[in-house]
Design a protein. Structure first.
Length: 1158
């Protein structure tokens, strides 16, 4: 197949044929096309774009910046707004530029953008602007992003009612193509009517991608005849306010209606010679209706035969009652399908109310004719819910086996979903690795925090005593009303620097004026992180913030940073500002909460994701320091995770229990995990993470790959692919590659990327539809059971309802990456276990026994390519070779090249995935070429032998013999009551060793100096590097004035030699000359050994087959005693409580008591 010559610049340069665009890019291109249309019409116009980002309008500013080199040549000027209402006022200025006779252009057409809540806050500005109007050759398009389901905003948004209240005409595009078309119609309507024009956008259009017609002159816009007043309807100088309302109501809105009729914006899209059932819908709901009908087996011809017709309202307001009355003629029933409010339904009823009884059809929508809910008014709905509603109404007129089959399928899916138990672990949005909010959102004991808009909102569902959310810019003002009635007397308020700049300073001013006690924590992270890391729309620095809040009257200002010494002595901070390291955050907050009035803590640390981007571009210094965990020393206590809240601190399963490791590929070098009270952390200065060498020698049997038979695309049908995964891992890249490959082959396609509030670690999905003709594709979103392929790049997301819903056991192929990636919950619960078995059971049950394929693509990609990031392309290659991808390998590889990122590695990943589908055993053999043999840890003899050897190295053979003697005693006792059982012996073997080999100073020194630590270090790093050890020796450590706990110190490489020397003094352990043995911690550790031995002997004396499980739970109690110093003391206290409870159960069988950890 010959591939079309495609360039990434086509989206803004090509003026012919099909162009690949996302919804955000379509808005940018629309402005370019309007300029070209004006030029062709002989008009010298320019364009002005301003607004404020917010989901789902989170990408438009980034797309404008990326398109910067194309903007100037098309006279487009982009000025991101400080906030939404000021941006709207700036757009008003573009229309006023025509009033004074000195304009440089014939007109300026403007675009305002914002999310639904942004329109809410801008109502005053919008009302003024719409009344004032537009210029003859200008026009304003107000683009609003509505989030019906609150997937990425904190309130639901449906802007139809807002536009109607503003008396502003509104268009509602249903596709990427219509975003362009309706934008052009919108500017033309705005010029014609003199009113601003609203454009309602939802995620299903703005986050979608599809081919669009690139011809800027394709639309033939009709300008109708209309009786305007003598003085016209456009903006003017000296306008009398009292005349603006009648001008709007009597001329502008009727003109907009005339324009809509002339250009057929409210269009009958399904017709029938004998219409009986009418459907009225708009925007997203309209394409969902078409999708639902297709899934019910009703295509255009069948709909016409059954008398089903449909009116698609491209302009919901002003409402065209005449069009609805014309459409209703001869109908028996009208079904209004719309999300959220009854906007269309109430107007349809009004339009038909006065018709004679025999001519007035029955109208149903939110409720059916019996008053039962037919479609929900909350959240959002899609093709599945619409199919149920339509089937119920169509059943009064027509019976169909296909409809019955679809409903039976949906019922069976719903029944299985209702019976499924929730997984113990779910994939939730979380702070990025190294995010400053991991530290900054903590509050001291006895205090509480208040949340707000921004990434820091996620602290409200962590264990941080943070709540009391407000709208953007209101952060802290709620405390003015709460303060007089609260015993607390003080609260901490989180506010991001973006929100501060947007409008938050006013709330601080209000709190100062109200004389309430509050500490504002201004989280200066130098980016608007929640919507993609855009820069703040203006100049803002910690110095400027300090001067502003000082001038407002803040009583005390403290700057807290991970680098407090970075500010020069002459930095222009406000008078009296003090500087502290983030380690002092708890103390600083305790001090600030005691000060009356408003205090300010400026927490200065760059957004981790933005920091990573800048380092990659060379725009920011990349520290040569990396952290490494000596897993031999690590106790798995989780204090490093608790301290850092970091997703790059991963679990590591070892023979001696669960430990921790640092994921060097995702680590953003925040280093706060090293603050955990543990001697296992070292800094590697200058080392480079060692990546496994990519495999270059391919076994002969894997070299020749047969081309698979690709799925055939059938006329009138779509091929659906759902890709599930984790935010930030390249899921969206896979959908982009698939659709770009289809675009090159001339196939029709659509895709939508569903992010929700996913940050790093959150669930994401991409829905891809491929077809022969674009008209075959309706909704870009895959509905229930419509996926031909599930590409599960994360097993946990695939096992969620999000992934399972798209599976049809008769249709779907399911391929899942079985790698167990941790979730944000692990940072809060160090003992959290990944529910791997439950995940696989759920997926297999929905896919049909054994039909889902699981493989650890992450492990294979890491071993074969040297980088886990290749896992998703590996999965794609595997699916391709199985014959599950209906585009060619040639097109996919060309798309990889066009993407321009890690081309060779990604093509190799795709190729290795293909090989794995052909012969997984052979690929595993190559991947495991350097893997050593690992003894099974559950073999009792091996467990005992390894621990005896280790105890000999720990102390001496006598200690090992003492250990072995008790294990033999346990074995004999267990065999006597339960022949063949080893569970108790295994439990005692592991836990007695744990107590005997307590990690004192000599043992920590041994575990650093016996060669294993250096071998592990060499496996992970290469190059010349030095080590820094982070330790808190009991004799040398100072007590922190901030925490009251021992402080860790940094020790240079000489400490390695000192440890070798110290390890040789192990013979002093526990003796009279042991300088460390007199501490409470060491005396307790020695006491525990004897107590455990006594307890085991007591258990053996009363052991029966009936109480063997109880004995095992008792024997496993020491597993809970993890950590060092105060961490270990806390865990010991918890373990002793559990031990007492279990012993009480042992002596009093039948009582219900907690179990030990397993």
């Amino acid at each position: 197949m010959t591939l079309a010559a495609i360039s990434l610049d086509d989206k803004y340069q090509s003026e012919h044929g099909q162009v690949y665009l996302t919804g955000s890019q379509a808005l940018v291109r629309a402005a370019m096309m309007q300029y070209l249309r004006d030029q062709a019409a002989g008009l010298n116009t320019a364009s002005f774009i301003s607004g404020y980002r917010g989901s789902p309008m989170h990408n438009i500013d980034k797309e404008l910046w990326r398109a910067n080199r194309f903007l100037a040549e098309r006279a487009i000027h982009f000025v991101p707004g400080i906030n939404e209402d000021l941006a709207a006022t700036a757009c008003l200025g573009t229309q006023q530029s025509s009033m004074f006779g000195d304009s440089t252009h014939d007109g300026v057409f403007a675009m305002w953008y914002g999310k639904g809540p942004g329109l809410d806050r801008s109502i005053d500005a919008m009302r003024h602007n719409n009344l004032l109007g537009t210029s003859q050759h200008g026009g304003v398009l107000a683009v609003v992003g509505d989030d019906h389901a609150m997937k990425s905003t904190d309130v639901p948004a449906a802007s139809e009612t807002m536009f109607a209240d503003l008396q502003m005409p509104m268009l509602y595009p249903a596709s990427v193509q219509e975003i362009i078309d309706y934008s052009l119609y919108g500017w033309a309507m705005s010029r014609f009517s003199g009113a601003w024009t609203g454009l309602k956008i939802v995620a299903d259009t703005v986050d979608a991608a599809a081919p669009v017609d690139g011809d800027p002159h394709r639309l033939k816009i009709v300008i109708p005849e209309f009786a305007f007043p003598d003085d016209g309807v456009h903006i003017r100088g000296g306008d009398r306010w009292v005349l603006q309302e009648p001008r709007l109501r009597q001329f502008k809105l009727p003109a907009a209606l005339a324009f809509a009729r002339a250009n057929n914006l409210n269009q009958v899209v399904m017709q029938s010679p004998k219409p009986r059932i009418g459907i009225i819908s708009s925007g997203k709901a309209a394409v969902d209706v078409r999708q639902a009908l297709m899934e019910l087996g009703i295509d255009g011809a069948q709909a016409a035969d059954q008398g089903i017709v449909m009116l698609k309202m491209g302009m919901p307001f002003p409402f065209d009652a005449d069009a609805v009355r014309d459409f209703a003629a001869g109908l028996e029933e009208i079904i209004v399908v719309e999300e959220k409010r009854r906007f269309l339904e109430s107007r349809v009823r009004d339009a038909l109310y006065d018709l004679p009884d025999g001519q007035r059809p029955r109208v149903v929508g939110r409720q059916d004719s019996d008053g039962n809910e037919m479609l929900p008014g909350c959240g959002e709905f899609g093709a599945e819910e619409i199919a149920r509603a339509l089937a119920g109404r169509i059943a009064h007129f027509h019976c169909s086996e296909k409809i019955d089959a679809r409903l039976a399928f949906l019922d069976a899916k719903a029944a299985r979903a209702a019976q499924r138990q929730d997984l113990a672990v779910t994939r939730i949005p979380y702070f990025c690795s190294g995010c400053p909010h991991n530290s900054s959102t903590k509050v001291p004991e006895g205090s509480r925090g208040q949340s707000g808009v921004g990434c820091h909102y996620m602290a409200s569902y962590m264990d941080r005593n943070t709540d009391a959310h407000t709208q953007m810019g209101g952060e802290g003002a709620n405390w003015i009303g709460h303060f007089p009635y609260s015993k607390a007397g003080h609260v901490f308020q989180n506010i991001g620097d973006g929100t501060y700049f947007h409008s938050g300073l006013l709330a601080i001013r209000a709190c100062i004026a109200a004389k309430v006690n509050i500490t504002y924590k201004i989280l200066f992270n130098d980016a608007v992180a929640m919507t993609g890391g855009q820069p703040i729309d203006g100049e803002l620095t910690p110095m400027a913030i300090s001067r502003q809040v000082h001038a407002e009257g803040a009583r005390k200002i403290v700057v807290v940073s991970d680098q407090p010494d970075k500010y020069p002595a002459n930095a222009d901070f406000a008078p009296g500002v003090t500087f502290e390291h983030r380690r002092a955050l708890a103390r600083v907050q305790r001090e600030l909460r005691e000060i009356e009035g408003v205090t300010v803590l400026i927490y200065d640390q760059t957004c981790a994701a933005e920091k990573r981007r800048r380092r990659k571009k060379g725009d920011m210094e990349d520290p040569a320091r990396r952290l490494f965990v000596n897993h031999l020393v690590c106790e798995g206590c989780g204090d490093c995770s608790t301290t850092s809240n970091c997703m790059s601190v991963l679990p590591l399963q070892t023979e001696f229990g669960r430990k921790r490791r640092i994921d060097q590929s995702s680590c953003n070098k925040d280093y706060s995990c090293a603050e955990g009270f543990c001697p296992s952390f070292v800094s590697v200065i200058g080392g480079i993470p060692r990546k496994a060498d990519a495999v270059t020698e391919v076994p002969e049997k894997l070299r020749l790959l047969p081309e698979p038979t690709l799925p055939a695309l059938a006329a009138g049908e779509t091929y659906g692919i759902m890709i599930t995964g984790i935010g930030g891992t390249g899921v969206v890249t896979i959908s982009a590659l698939l659709t770009m490959a289809a675009h090159m082959e001339g196939k029709a396609f659509s895709t939508i990327d569903q992010f929700g509030m996913a940050q790093k670690g959150g669930p994401v999905s991409s829905h891809v539809r491929l077809a022969l003709q674009q008209d075959d594709i309706q909704s870009p979103r895959l509905s229930s059971g419509t996926a031909d392929l599930i590409l599960g790049c994360d097993s946990l997301v695939t096992a969620s309802e999000l992934g399972l819903s798209a599976i049809d056991a008769e249709r779907s192929h399911v391929l899942v990456n079985s790698h167990q990636a941790i979730t944000g919950q692990f940072a809060l619960d160090p003992d959290l276990q990944f529910p791997g078995d439950d995940v696989e059971i759920r997926i297999q049950a929905e896919a049909g026994g054994g039909k889902a394929t699981f493989l650890n693509a992450t492990r294979l990609a890491t071993a074969l390519l040297g980088d886990a990031i290749g896992a998703n392309l590996f999965m794609l290659g595997h699916a391709y070779q199985q014959g599950l991808i209906p585009v060619s390998a040639e097109a996919l590889e060309r798309a990889i090249e066009m993407n321009g990122v890690a081309e060779e590695m990604n093509k190799a990943a795709f190729l290795w995935g293909r090989r794995a589908a052909l012969d997984l055993d052979a690929v595993n053999a190559v991947a495991d070429r350097d893997a050593g043999t690992v003894d099974p840890s559950d073999n009792l003899a091996a467990v005992i032998d390894r621990r005896k050897a280790d105890l000999t190295a720990y102390q001496n053979k006598r200690l090992a013999r003492r250990y072995g003697a008790l294990i033999e005693q346990v074995q004999a006792g267990e065999t006597a009551v339960a022949p063949g059982s080893e569970v108790l012996a295994l439990a005692v073997a592991r836990n007695l060793y744990k107590l005997m080999a307590y990690k004192d100073e000599y043992e920590v020194a041994r575990l650093y100096s016996d060669g294993r630590f250096m071998a592990a270090l060499e496996q992970q790093f290469e190059g010349d590097y030095d080590l820094v050890f982070h330790l808190a020796p009991p004799i040398l450590s100072k007590i922190s004035p901030d925490t009251g706990l021992p402080m860790k110190r940094d020790f240079k490489p000489w400490m390695a030699s000192a440890m070798t020397w110290l390890a040789r003094l192990k013979f002093l352990r526990g003796g009279p000359l042991d300088p460390f043995g007199r501490t409470e911690e060491r005396r307790t550790e020695r006491r525990l050994i004897g107590e455990y031995q006594t307890m085991i002997e007591e258990i053996l004396a009363g052991l029966k087959s009936s109480n063997l499980d109880q004995a095992v739970r008792l024997a496993m109690v020491p597993e809970l005693i993890t950590g060092f110093g105060h961490i270990k003391a806390r865990h010991l206290e918890e373990a002793m409580r559990l031990k007492d409870n279990l012993l009480a159960e042992w002596h009093s069988p039948g009582s219900t008591l907690p179990e030990a950890a397993e």
